[in-house]
Design a protein around this ligand. Structure first.
Ligand code: NAD
Length: 373
């Protein structure tokens, strides 16, 4: 049987090609440029990645394929990574920062957007520093480790007049967007049940993901967030109540601070119901929706694919995309045009997910059904 590990989950999706350098000064959030033809059309948005770990590697490869943005800068605390990335991606010295001199990015006209790919607990600090530097930002999921941190980030962006996107790549992924369409347009009638599960086996006791102060929680914060998102985008509704249960601790040495697995149930105003789970001790990657007149499902559904899906009428067939390239391009197009980011990827959306995840934890801890109204 195939071993389902984190490495498996993080299968590469992109190949590297070179890009040219075109800087674009961006109009500020909330300006009157909305719907006007942008003077930045045809230009590329310059992105700096903060935190050069595993996912930043995927983003860097994706950015090599992007048409509307490019990898222009890096922020790292590791000198050897700065040397490697500079060489591999042709990054000028002036666009290489460390965590101490990061705030100097404010004066760098060659950087338009800062993309934060740090451990979860660090998102807030770097989002606020980015906003104060007057740059738009993309923040990886989960947006932060608490809802109040999300609110502070939103407030900082508003104050600085910059836009913030969440790195919600599945909002640009065709199979997932078909699940959303089938659910929200009631193609098979009213959705009654969503099942969403994502998990993989973890084994490194030193991973920051197993430290509550850095990760905010266990698999719920890391991968369960996708299941919360899918329940919301398939039903098109906000949950009104939640119940949750922790799974057994299968390795007390590994899971000292965070849960090994968790299962939760969300009730929606229409009567639709979601049953979801996330895990660090088993491999699963699946979305299923049952509606009055049929069903639709994906598996794999949430990882980097390639995805497979079917409805009660037949197979789903969509092109394989480079999820990181498409996500960055779609965000770049909006910013280059001086428009507002769509609400489903903004800070407010990340805040909604954090509120729900905090309620899931509280419901699991107390054993009570919590109202989300
Ligand atoms: P990682 O551990 O591989 O990388 C984290 C980076 O942060 C490293 O470069 C590390 O050196 C740096 N760092 C700086 N200060 C640190 C500190 N005090 N402790 C630990 N690392 C520190 O993690 P990752 O898998 O790249 O995840 C980074 C973020 O990206 C997380 O928020 C994660 O949830 C998110 N992510 C998103 C996806 C996705 O599909 N959208 C996939 C993986 C990860």
């Amino acid at each position: 049987m195939k071993k389902f590990s984190r490495r498996h989950f993080l299968q590469s999706a992109g190949t590297a090609v070179g890009t040219g350098v075109i800087a674009a000064a961006l109009p500020a959030f909330g300006t009157s440029t909305e719907n006007k033809k942008s003077k930045y059309e045809g230009k590329k948005l310059n992105i700096a990645l903060v935190g050069l770990g595993r996912y930043a590697g995927f983003l860097a490869e994706g950015l090599q394929e992007a048409q509307y943005c490019r990898l222009a800068g890096i922020v790292t605390g590791t000198a050897s990574k700065a040397v490697d990335w500079k060489k591999r991606y042709n990054i000028p010295d002036a666009n290489i920062y460390n965590y101490q001199n990061f705030d100097g990015i404010k004066n760098n006209k060659d950087i338009d957007v800062v993309y934060i790919v740090l451990p979860n607990s660090m998102h807030k600090e770097y989002a606020i520093r980015t906003a104060q530097a007057g740059k738009h930002l993309i923040v990886e999921k989960p947006m932060a480790i608490t809802a109040s941190d999300c609110q502070e980030m939103i407030d900082a962006c508003k104050k600085a007049g910059v836009q913030m996107a969440n790195g919600y790549r599945l909002h640009y992924e065709p199979y997932n967007m078909e699940m959303k369409r089938l659910g929200q347009e009631k193609v098979f009638g009213q959705v009654r049940l969503v099942e969403a599960s994502l998990g993989y086996k973890t084994s490194d006791p030193n991973e920051w993901r197993l430290k509550k102060s850095m990760a905010g929680g266990g698999p719920l914060m890391n991968v369960g967030i996708y299941c919360v998102q899918a329940s919301r985008y398939i039903t098109g509704e906000e949950p009104v109540s939640v119940t949750a249960q922790f799974g057994p601790n299968t390795d007390s040495a590994l899971f000292k601070e965070v849960e090994a697995s968790i299962t939760w149930q969300l009730a929606f105003p229409s009567g639709a119901y979601a049953n979801c789970s996330s895990s660090y001790n088993c491999g699963i990657d699946r979305l299923y929706a049952s509606a009055d007149n049929g069903s639709f499902e994906l598996s794999p559904a949430i990882s980097y694919g390639p995805f497979r899906g079917k409805t009660s009428k037949g197979e789903l067939n969509f092109p394989v995309t480079n999820q990181q390239a498409v996500q960055c391009d779609e965000i770049a197009k909006v910013l280059l045009a001086g428009k507002q980011l769509p609400s489903h990827i903004t800070g407010e959306e990340g805040l909604k997910d954090l509120r729900i995840m905090q309620a899931i934890y509280e419901a699991a801890q107390t054993g009570k059904k919590l109202s989300l109204r």
